[in-house]
Design a protein around this ligand. Structure first.
Ligand code: ZN
Length: 185
């Protein structure tokens, strides 16, 4: 089932989300619905709070990047439950980020290039992994969601003034978007 995606302006996007355990009800169904929702909106990542559920879980499928890019990018398709980024290393690099909760806005965002992350998968098996490049970038973006952060938090005050009106419009639902959204105002 395709779920509505929560738009910028909603308080759930500002919540620090909670860990879950393996007894979480209907987890498989939620994960399936999140995949369907993400693919329907052509996203490469989706965090649970974006579908109005304040738990520490996000999904990622970076396949579209590996298809677009000339470089050798190995795609990752994964479910991250109760994740914890334990380190961020490497050079800062700039990438134009977008977000399904903030349609039609893309901004240059600076983040470190490499991360280490601990998480549980959908079978509650524990993993520790390292990522860099675009995979790390998507994980950092989705991880921010479960911490209540959004990519627009990183942009300069000047840029922020520039997009203020657009953000207001998004929160009020005054936008055209090809997928189902949930607006706060
Ligand atoms: Zn996002």
């Amino acid at each position: 089932m395709i779920l509505p995606i929560v738009a910028f302006g909603s308080t759930i996007l500002r919540k620090k989300c909670e860990n879950i355990n393996h007894n979480y009800p209907d987890l498989d169904l939620l994960i399936n619905n999140m995949w369907e929702t993400m693919y329907n909106s052509n996203g490469v990542g989706l965090a649970a709070p974006q579908v109005n559920i304040p738990i520490r879980m996000f999904i990622i499928d970076t396949k579209p990047f590996s298809e677009d890019s000339d470089e050798e990018v190995s795609p990752i398709k994964k479910i991250f439950i109760n994740p914890k980024i334990t380190s961020e290393d490497g050079e800062f690099w700039i990438y134009k980020e977008g977000c399904l909760s903030i349609p039609d806005i893309r901004e240059d965002i600076k983040r470190k290039s490499a991360i280490k992350i601990e998480y549980y998968d959908e079978n509650f098996i524990f993993h520790t992994e390292s990522y860099d490049g675009l995979s790390a970038r998507v994980i950092q973006h989705e991880y921010d969601h479960i911490e209540g952060k959004l990519f627009v938090d990183y942009i300069s005050p000047l840029r922020k003034r520039f997009i203020k009106r657009k953000l207001e419009d998004i929160s009020r639902g005054k936008i055209k978007v090809s997928y189902k959204m949930n607006f706060s105002k």
